[in-house]
Write a protein that binds this ligand. Structure first.
Ligand SMILES: Nc1nc2c(ncn2[C@@H]2O[C@H](COP(=O)(O)OP(=O)(O)O)[C@@H](O)[C@H]2O)c(=O)[nH]1
Ligand SMILES: [Mg+2]
Length: 180
């Protein structure tokens, strides 16, 4: 893959289309920028990611986040050998995506090449009302069973990339998993 020229450790950002991956990365870029913008302001517009999208972040050291659009699911695995950590994003306000997201998550957790990389599961869009609570969503996902039986160290966070809730926890997770 064309990553040799980049300095930073590679983090993969995966999840269904429209979960909020691009907005998350834009928000993290702003929060970690030199001027340390504390005011997020209105969410910038995002376009559906076609293919893959690379973003550099400076978090003590330089890292690169590679977003893979949801429609690239069938070839996600071709990027596994190149990454040090995985973020998996779920739209917490779309219960209809639970089963497909769960299958995708289980498949990536069972990939040999990802057997020892830290994984962060993010439930995004917690600002939106949903007829199902986050507790119900997580229980349908069987998050606790997944954590118990997975080989990888797994963390779970809730965010709103829109209003900024939980983004500092995501930055903290990056700092705790900084790879070489
Ligand atoms: N309400 C709400 N909307 C969000 C949130 N995160 C992303 N969005 C919106 O969801 C849409 C898809 O976001 P995008 O980042 O392009 O999703 P991606 O396909 O996963 O990259 C955009 O209109 C975003 O503004 C969130 O936390 N809350
Ligand atoms: Mg995108």
């Amino acid at each position: 893959m064309a990553t040799a020229a980049r300095e930073g450790a590679m983090y993969l950002l995966l999840g269904g289309s429209g979960a909020g991956k691009t907005l998350l990365v834009k928000r993290l870029q702003k929060l970690s920028s030199k001027d340390g913008a504390k005011e997020l302001g209105e969410p910038p517009a995002t376009l559906p990611t076609v293919g893959t999208n690379l973003t550099d972040l400076s978090l003590g050291k330089k890292i690169t986040v590679r977003e893979l659009g949801g429609c690239m699911g069938p070839i996600w695995s071709s990027y596994y050998s190149d990454c040090c950590s995985v973020l998996y994003m779920i739209d917490a306000a779309r219960p209809t995506q639970i089963s497909s997201s769960c299958v995708q998550l289980l498949s990536l957790l069972s990939a040999e090449k990802l057997a020892s990389v830290p994984v962060l599961i993010i439930f995004n869009k917690i600002d939106l009302p949903c007829y199902m609570s986050l507790v119900e969503m997580k229980s349908l996902f069987r998050i606790q069973d997944i954590i118990t039986f997975a080989k990888q160290p797994i963390a779970v966070l809730e965010t709103s990339a829109r209003d900024g809730t939980g983004l500092s926890n995501v930055l903290q997770w990056f700092n705790s998993t900084l790879c070489n």
